[in-house]
Design a protein. Structure first.
Lengths: 1034, 300
């Protein structure tokens, strides 16, 4: 609302950007609620008005800063509680550069979470086969849970595997969650779980954005959003592909709307199966068949190659375009398979995908390095292989596969790839969320985005980048803390019984000679010191063997699959709701009923807590013991959360835990202390990890203390390290998560920084919160400069080489060695970052380049189109070859429960979000429920006519996995698609159904989704379906 | 509990809100994403319940709206603002969505004010039309008088009239109304009426749309810009807003009783609202209308 603000100089200019707002700075003091009149008088904010027109606020404006509990935009909230602890006001913080005082309908509703009718305040216990809860005291609950953890752990513990490798793991115990909790609590969970030997360990990221990390990390070196939501305002073209940002991330979308206002030539493109509210305000909308994103992106890549839209200087110097691939590598267009496929194991042997090497001699020593053809004409170089791979993605074929008319494809390709021509001065970026990830080839969807952005030279650029939108309020942070089975905090690979059976093997496998990962041994040792303290010494390899060793797939879906089979006996679920939100929900509810015991930690009586009451289930036949521990909402605890743009923000506690509920941190710590007590007198070596685990937090941990441990300290005197460059491999430092090291640098908690100045004018806000790593706002920003170190686009300059001072400088923290001159050559005689050249911008990569061709991704080094599990047509790229991802993971009845056209499943189904709801738990509060009281399926008027229903009638929707009764919503938002000459109807489903909703009779679309996992990251496919839609006759 | 920080680098940026003449809301439908943050922000600031199914309140649960997502479907004592998500099937079969605000228009010369026999409804100088619940006797003339159905009576015996207050307390303290502040899409603006009107007019000119609220009922303090090609019917707005003639204020035989009640309320300190003498208010509006050359529609 800039037009209404008085503009006087620079400071007002900043205020203007924050919108129409009364700045909160003057009166953010203390958490006590102050009477409105008093506070206004205190801070002199009385307006010059006639006396009778001065009205007191009917309630005070909030004074305590916290972070919205819904999506990962990271909106700052100001809230107040009264003297009884009831939160009475809550609104957006006008100072936040993220949300400028605004909040979406969910954020506005978050105040209702505190006293939702579905909130539980007392621990509960459900006996096997009982149909009711009974009360239990906290003490009894904690002691019984500790003894069950001990019993299940001990009875399923493996000290060594069949090869004699120390594995120290339990195969019968699992922990799932969460992405709602603070970073500090997530860190505690990881620390506790590994000490217990838990390998079946995952959280929401596995079932949402693991394919994003799986796609981005091999491509750029890190798996997170390269830029941040605020930066979207700087783009010339924003394409929403697999993102409904206006609904799923409304305040991130604010920056798109702001950009559009400042730059009328900005183009918004939405490519989506249904006409979302993002599409409504976009310039171009293309209706795509769900699950065909690689075909679409492949056409854009092909178009860029054919129309001189590849940024050749960038690709030559900053990517692995010139690298030569082994001559044994091939892709067979007929079978749709890359070389090395084993059809009996359904896996690839990737040896033929490796790069050719050559030896170079430096200072008398020879070194093996990747062989390159800097002219990029060799047919085996990545550039030529990529060009040839996507030459098959012709307009006609892609149009047939996706359903997007050819002229629309060309229009989008032309507009989007313009940025690849450096003379255009434009940037393009793609925004995605689960629309790209929840597919059997989700990682490859993200890889295709990654490839395209490298070819256009967009990574490192303000207004460019690869902009994933994470979904939960702290899913980025919980991923950084890696509450997931296959890595440790900070993305250090988890010990594997085959790949890293001992410490030395781990270092060899995971700390490559060149690139920043060469430091990984320092970070692992520092982690082990943080966890096991004095027990970790150089003579015992810092108790590397205390960490349980994984041996395969221990993911979310696998955990439930094994619960159903009886292997997983005890499960702790914290802040997750799989009985409503996990794919193939009937199978999930069945698996929960096969457990011996289940602990659910949640503020609400979720569908998972109540799974044994699910529609159609008979509690008397369900033998699972269930403990419910009531935790708190975001208003009742403090700590940090990390938004989708990697900004670590502090949340202050607004009120004390309501009723008898306890914070997640306290519940986790009391469980840990209980278990440690049980094992305190054990002499069994297998219990040493628990006995040695450093747990000095007491029953009520301090988030601030934990953040200091995460930041890292010198073990000699406990003084905090400045950042991760001080971490060492000799045991002299400890750090719980190296990538967060620096957040408490200099003894200052930078997550509390709320200085909203933006000297660059580009929206970097360097002193608002702290962005990992090292407060960099635009990752890979070296690539925003040319070879000489000058900004490629002066109006988007973030860093540059200062040849006088001999260092990189600018508005942002260089994602580069600050003193390395652009002319520094690659020096194979050095190690780590020092070896890389002055033009190697991707410092986490072993060769310093962005990987268009990524031979480490298990389902292929280049993205290839594969069909959804339920597919209406054969894969038109290879009709007689691979249909779905050839290494996709099967759970439960997959691959035998796909919906087939021949069985009458003839409507293409797609799932997505509504702005009014957030997963299931917005159904527990009245404002969101009032906006959208009942779940529905969007169908076209033609389908409605065919099946004889009117809008508002009930329909039965089914797949081989389940069925659901839903309201039919007849709308123009969906419509028929022509796929390979055949016309298909489309149905679109919101994902928010919950049987414990305030409106009875609801349930979730996941009853219909399959249990097939992404070939690389195990993430279940939830987006595409084939369904039968019939008039409800029950 | 640790305290939130104080930041000394702060500057105070107050919106320009006129304290002596009318302010207005400008809603730009062309930028609206239909998220309905405004609708919930209204409930949040004003502590209004949602229906939320059988567990909530005494009102009937909301149900799926077959015409789209608009919910609740009507303004009520508990819902003072509805952001309508209207779906229009055009004559050629194509589909169009129109996102439209439905709430009090804060008429410059408000029919509800004019018809209230209890003089419980006031038009503040700064824009808001507000109800003094202490004075409301629940006869409902205002309900009939409002062309936008924006004022509604509680159904319970003795129920009073409820409507959008334009967050008069917030604007009195330099804060934007809750709905405006909440908007993630910069589709809602608040400020002096003349500025809002000119902003609406230039936006309408830029997008080929139309301004609503400038002329209706003699002019309102809320302006809408409708996108090009969107009719009032599409937006579900009254094409010719009219009031239903009712018994005029001043002729009520309750008059004397009300005057006593009003004085009593003020004496009791219950009148936190601006209460100006009726004749003063009337003459001022008339003078302003004459000065600006607007059509006088005073119903006396």
């Amino acid at each position: 609302m800039p037009e209404t603000i008085d503009l006087e100089g620079q400071q007002e200019e900043k205020s203007r950007k924050r919108g129409l707002s009364l700045s909160r700075r003057g009166f953010l003091k203390g958490s006590a609620a102050v009477g409105a009149t008093a506070f206004l008088a205190q801070y002199g904010l009385t307006l010059k008005t006639s006396a009778q027109q001065q009205y007191a606020l009917h309630k005070p404006i909030g004074e305590t800063l916290t972070i919205c509990p819904f999506c990962a935009t990271g909106c700052s909230i100001i809230a107040s509680a009264d003297s009884s602890g009831n939160v009475i006001t809550l609104e957006g913080n006008p100072d936040s550069p993220i949300n400028s005082g605004a909040l979406c309908p969910k954020g506005q509703s978050s105040i209702q979470l505190l006293s939702s009718p579905k909130r539980l305040y007392q621990p509960l216990y459900r006996e096997p086969n009982s149909s009711t809860w009974s009360q239990i005291s906290w003490d009894d609950a904690f002691s019984q849970i500790a003894s069950r953890l001990q019993r299940t752990r001990d009875s399923t513990f493996q000290t060594t595997n069949s090869s004699g490798v120390t594995v120290n793991r339990t195969t019968g115990l699992a922990w799932l969650g969460s992405a709602h909790i603070s970073n500090e609590d997530a860190y505690l969970i990881h620390k506790l779980a590994r000490a217990l030997g838990i390998i079946y360990f995952d959280h929401a990221a596995r079932i949402c954005h693991s394919p994003t990390a799986g796609g981005l990390a091999p491509t750029y070196g890190r798996g997170a959003q390269t830029n941040n939501p605020v930066d979207l305002r700087n783009a010339d073209v924003v394409m929403f592909l697999g993102s409904n940002q206006a609904e799923a991330h409304p305040l991130s979308f604010k920056h798109v709307m702001d950009g559009k206002k400042n730059n009328p030539n900005m183009v918004l493109i939405t490519v989506d199966p249904h006409f979302s509210r993002t599409a409504k305000v976009s310039d171009i909308y293309a209706r795509i068949r769900v699950g065909t994103d690689i075909a679409f992106l492949g056409y854009l890549i092909n178009y860029a190659f054919q129309n001189n839209r590849v940024n050749m200087e960038y690709v030559t110097n900053y990517t692995n375009g010139p690298a030569l691939v082994n001559t044994g590598y091939s892709f067979d267009p007929a079978s749709g398979l890359f070389s090395g496929y084993n059809s009996s194991t359904r896996t690839y042997n990737a040896s033929t995908w490796a790069f050719q090497t050559e030896t170079v001699t430096v200072k008398g020593q020879t070194y093996s390095v990747t062989k390159k053809d800097m002219t990029m004409t060799d047919p085996n170089c990545v550039f030529q292989l990529t060009k040839a791979h996507y030459a098959r993605y012709t307009r006609d074929l892609v149009s047939s596969v996706t359903g997007i008319p050819g002229d629309v494809l060309d229009n989008i390709a032309n507009i989007y790839t313009q940025a690849g021509d450096p003379s255009s001065g434009k940037t393009s970026t793609i925004v995605w969320s689960l629309g790209l990830t929840l597919h059997n080839h989700g990682s490859q969807n993200v890889r295709a985005v990654g490839e395209l952005q490298l070819l256009l030279g967009m990574i490192g650029m303000v207004g460019g980048g690869a902009n994933v939108m994470r979904g939960h309020s702290n899913v980025q942070g919980a991923t950084d803390m890696y509450v997931l089975f296959d890595q440790l905090p900070g993305y250090l690979p988890a010990p594997d019984e085959t790949g890293s059976p001992n410490f030395q093997a781990w270092v060899k496998a995971n700390a490559p000679t060149y690139g920043y990962k060469n430091n990984y041994n320092k970070f692992l040792v520092s982690l082990l010191k943080a966890w096991f303290g004095d027990a970790a010494t150089s003579s015992n390899n810092f108790v590397y063997d205390f960490i349980p060793k994984k041996f395969g797939d221990h993911s979310f879906m696998k955990t439930f699959d094994l619960a159903a089979k009886g292997q997983i006996q005890g499960l702790v679920i914290l802040g997750q709701n799989p009985a409503a939100m996990l794919e193939n929900t009937n199978a999930i509810r069945g698996a929960l009923g096969s457990l011996k015991w289940l602990v659910v930690i949640d503020p609400f009586e979720s569908e998972t807590a109540d799974f044994w009451k699910a529609p159609g289930l008979d509690p008397s036949k369900i033998g699972t013991e269930v403990y419910f521990l009531p935790s708190t909402t975001f208003l009742e605890h403090d700590g940090t959360k990390t938004n989708t743009g990697r900004w670590i923000q502090w949340m202050y506690q607004v009120t004390t835990p309501r009723g008898s509920s306890k914070t997640d941190g306290e519940i986790i710590s009391r469980i840990a202390l209980g278990v440690k007590q049980l094992y305190s007198s054990s002499t069994d070596p297998k219990d040493l990890p628990i006995q040695s685990l450093v747990w000095n937090y007491g029953p009520v941990p301090s988030s601030d203390d934990i953040l200091k441990e995460v930041n890292g300290f010198h073990t000699a005197d406990s003084s905090l390290v400045t950042n991760f460059t001080q971490l060492a491999a000799d045991g002299s430092t400890a750090s719980g998560n190296w990538i967060y090291s620096g957040v408490y640098g200099g003894g200052v908690n930078h997550s509390k920084s709320i200085d909203f100045t933006d000297p660059s004018g580009l929206g970097l806000y360097p002193n608002w919160s702290y962005a990992w790593p090292l407060n960099r706002r635009i990752m890979y920003n070296r690539a925003s400069c040319d070879l000489q170190g000058n900004p490629r686009d002066p109006k988007r300059a973030v860093i540059w080489w200062d040849s006088t001072k001999k260092q990189w400088t600018g508005w942002d923290v260089p994602d580069f060695l600050a003193t390395k001159s652009p002319s520094t050559p690659f020096d194979p005689s050095l190690v780590g970052l020092a070896a890389l050249s002055g033009t190697d911008p991707f410092i986490m990569q072993p060769d310093g380049t962005g990987w268009i061709f990524a031979p480490v991704v298990t389902d292929g080094p280049l993205a290839e189109h594969y069909e959804p599990y339920d597919h209406p047509v054969a894969n038109l790229f290879h009709p007689n070859g691979a249909q779905i991802d050839p290494v996709a993971h099967y759970y439960f009845n997959a691959p035998n429960d796909a919906a087939q056209l021949s069985s009458g499943y003839n409507v293409i189904g797609a799932t997505g979000r509504l702005v009014e709801h957030w997963h299931a738990f917005s159904n527990y509060i009245s404002w969101p429920v009032e906006l959208v009281p009942e779940m529905f399926v969007e169908i076209s008027s033609t389908l409605a006519k065919t099946i004889g229903v009117a809008s508002g009638d009930y329909v039965k929707v089914s797949t081989p996995r389940g069925q659901l009764k839903l309201r039919a919503y007849v709308t123009g938002k969906v419509g028929p698609l022509v796929i390979n000459g055949e016309t298909f109807e489309v149905a679109w489903f919101p994902i928010h159904g919950a049987f414990n909703s305030l409106v009875p009779g609801q349930d979730n679309i996941n009853l219909l989704t399959p249990s097939i996992g992404d070939g690389y990251q195990f993430t279940p496919e939830a987006k595409p379906l084939l369904v039968k839609v019939e008039k409800w006759t029950g | 509990m640790s305290s939130s920080p104080t930041n000394s680098t702060s500057t105070t940026s107050l919106p320009i809100i006129s304290t002596t003449s009318a302010n207005a809301i400008f809603f730009d439908s062309t930028r609206c994403t239909g998220c309905r943050a405004c609708q919930v922000a209204c409930k949040n600031w004003n502590d209004l319940p949602g229906y939320g199914g059988s567990d909530f309140g005494t009102e009937a649960p909301t149900q799926f709206n077959p015409d789209g997502l608009t919910n609740p479907r009507d303004l009520s004592p508990n819902t003072w603002l509805i952001q309508g998500l209207h779906e229009v099937v055009q004559s050629d079969g194509t589909f169009k969505e129109v996102f439209m605000r439905h709430s009090c228009m804060h008429c410059a010369d408000a029919p509800c004010v004019n018809v209230c026999p209890a003089r419980a409804i006031s038009k503040l100088e700064t824009g808001p039309v507000i109800v003094n619940k202490a004075l409301c006797i629940g006869v409902g003339y205002c309900v009939n008088a409002c062309p936008w159905h924006a004022i509604n009576l509680e159904e319970a015996p003795g129920g009073t009239a409820h409507k959008c207050t334009l967050c008069y307390d917030r604007i009195s303290n330099g804060l934007a109304p809750a709905c405006v502040k909440s908007c993630p899409a910069d589709a809602l603006f608040f400020g002096p009426r003349d500025q809002m009107l000119s902003q609406a007019q230039s936006r309408a000119a830029a997008v080929g749309g139309t301004v609503y609220g400038e002329e209706e009922v003699g002019g309102t303090d809320v302006f809408y810009v409708l996108p090009a090609g969107v009719t009032l019917e599409d937006a579900q707005l009254p094409t010719t807003p009219q009031t239903t003639p009712v018994k005029q204020a001043g002729s009520s035989n309750l008059e004397g009783v009300i005057e006593v009640g009003l004085v009593g309320a003020v004496v009791a300190g219950a009148g936190i609202y601006l209460l100006k003498s009726y004749s003063e208010r009337r003459s001022k509006i008339a003078a302003e209308a004459q000065a600006s050359g607007q059509k006088e529609e005073v119903k006396q």
